[in-house]
Ligand binder design. Structure first.
Ligand SMILES: Cc1cc2nc3c(=O)[nH]c(=O)nc-3n(C[C@H](O)[C@H](O)[C@H](O)COP(=O)(O)OP(=O)(O)OC[C@H]3O[C@@H](n4cnc5c(N)ncnc54)[C@H](O)[C@@H]3O)c2cc1C
Length: 56
């Protein structure tokens, strides 16, 4: 699944679209404490979006 994303969680086939939280995986294999993963992936995606926009 992660092969569809770059390191900033941007969709390779849809540049400018960043993925975080449960959108990363509907099956949620991480079990509990998903909020931690949501916050962490949201931070990475937000940083990526900011960097992507600064290159425009
Ligand atoms: C009952 C329950 C208990 C839980 N307890 C815990 C817990 O104790 N600890 C823990 O870590 N995790 C817990 N979780 C999991 C945690 O709540 C979720 O993993 C987390 O909230 C997911 O965040 P998200 O931002 O990915 O998605 P969401 O919180 O679902 O946010 C998605 C947002 O997108 C909005 N949206 C949807 N479609 C559109 C659209 N077309 N346009 C614009 N906006 C849209 C929705 O309104 C929503 O606000 C629990 C979940 C549930 C259901």
């Amino acid at each position: 699944m992660f092969e569809a994303l770059n390191e900033q969680l941007m969709l390779n086939q849809l540049p400018g679209t960043f993925i975080a939280g449960e959108m990363l995986d509907w099956e949620a294999p991480t079990g509990g404490y998903l909020l931690t993963a949501c916050f962490a992936s949201g931070y990475v995606a937000g940083q990526g979006a900011q960097a992507w926009l600064s290159q425009r």
